[in-house]
Write a protein that binds this ligand. Structure first.
Ligand code: AMP
Ligand code: MG
Length: 397
């Protein structure tokens, strides 16, 4: 039996060598960048007019002086040059700042009459309302590095540097396997003694959120069948996520079959509630096996506490531990880590976590009332309102 921290360290010590593949820019949201992105030109690429108005040479400015309007210069037009030092050019946002000018005065600050512009300001200064070339990034500058989670902000950058396709990390080939004779698939009408299997779909959805796709399959509690199938899947997949069959029941064959197949047990049982029977190991060929307890809340929690942080760190994404403030006293007698389901709310910039009591590790109805789990560490039995604990979220506050 290992502690939560030991289990976490053992899992994190298993490193994958993720491979990269190209995807179209339209599909990047939520994926992890696997290449370095540099600018192919300055950003902005020219002195960009930042306001609609007139462009002048600032040294020509006098109070109430009239500037002859030479022309109108829209965005998207090749650059133009001011002909007379004391003239001006009407310029639109996004246009290239005309040669010979260094200042843009907004239409709001200008009176235009009969082809002449009078500036209503007391003073102007060079650079006013101009977005200077290369002020955001210089040609060749590194904008993004591998391990960046791609969002709408990165999409804008990638488009602006001309990337139609982007290299992102691929997830390992993964299969989710439920087990148990009592479990039937969704379309089957369960007999009174049967239940529908739900863990595979919960795992699939949790993985989908981070772009991780997996196959799913099911095993009955038959040792020979489990042996044949697990052997097959250990060769076809890089990661196996099993759920059920790892406890002390007479039909919990998974640990012994994995041992028979040569998968090395790195731990079995974690000092935690729920999810104590968790089994973890690796085959000689490097295949990673998470064998989670079948109770729905246990499976769910183990994914968010261990598997998600593991896969993200293997894709070079840096992990930031969330924390939340407990809103009520909680007592938990056993000297093991307790994962408390909580509903969180924002209060003045702080995440407040309120316990949502459920019916234990089998009560997955309760999960829809919670946003995540607080990790209440071992070695302590009373947890007081106002104390701060690590928080694992599966739903935004
Ligand atoms: P086990 O870990 O196989 O002893 O299962 C513990 C409990 O979780 C039993 O009540 C199972 O019926 C239930 N269970 C196991 N797997 C699933 C699943 N895929 N979906 C829903 N419940 C499950
Ligand atoms: Mg079972």
């Amino acid at each position: 039996m290992v502690s939560v921290n030991e289990a976490s360290q053992i899992i994190q010590s298993i490193r994958l060598s993720p491979i990269a593949g190209s995807i179209p820019i339209e599909e990047i949201a939520g994926r992890v960048l696997a290449e370095t992105i540099v600018t192919d030109r300055d950003l902005p690429p020219f002195d960009r007019v930042a306001m609609d108005g007139i462009a002048i040479a600032s040294k020509e400015f006098r109070l109430n002086q009239k500037f002859l309007i030479e022309r109108t210069h829209p965005a998207g037009a090749p650059n133009v040059t001011l002909q007379q030092d004391d003239g001006c050019i009407e310029v639109m946002t996004g246009a290239v700042l005309p040669e010979g000018t260094d200042t843009v005065v907004r239409y709001e600050d200008v009176l235009i009459q009969d082809g002449w512009a009078t500036i209503k300001l007391d003073a102007v200064h060079a650079g006013m309302n101009i977005h200077k070339q290369a002020s955001d990034a210089q040609h060749g500058e590194i904008l993004l590095t591998p391990g960046t989670m791609l969002t709408s902000a990165e999409a804008a950058l990638l488009a602006s540097v001309g990337k139609l396709k982007v290299r992102v990390y691929e997830f390992p080939r993964t299969i989710i396997v439920s087990s148990g004779d009592e479990l039937v698939d969704i379309p089957t009408t369960p007999e009174p003694h049967q239940i529908r299997r739900s863990n595979s779909y919960a795992l699939l959805a949790a993985m989908f959120e981070i772009g991780w796709r997996a196959e799913i399959n099911h095993l009955n509690d038959n040792k020979e069948l489990i042996t044949v199938k697990l052997r097959e899947w250990l060769s076809a997949y890089d990661v196996l996520i099993l759920t059920g069959g790892v406890s002390k029941g007479k039909f919990d064959f998974i640990p012994e079959v994995l041992a028979d197949l040569g998968v090395e047990k790195l731990f079995h049982q974690v000092k935690q509630k729920p999810g104590k029977p968790f089994w973890f190991g690796q085959s000689p060929g490097g295949k990673v096996v998470f064998a989670l307890p079948g109770n729905p809340v246990s499976t769910f929690l183990c994914f968010y506490r261990y598997i998600k942080p593991w896969i993200m760190s293997n894709l070079n994404v840096s992990f930031v531990q969330s924390q939340a403030v407990l809103s009520a006293d909680v007592e938990f007698k056993a000297d093991i880590t307790y994962f408390l389901q909580v509903k969180v709310a924002q209060n003045n910039g702080t995440l407040i976590a309120t316990p949502v009591s459920g019916g234990g590790s089998g009560d997955f109805v309760n999960l829809v009332k919670a946003n995540g789990f607080l990790e209440l560490p071992e070695g302590q039995t009373r947890f007081l309102a106002g104390e701060v604990y690590d928080y694992y979220s599966f739903r935004q506050a």
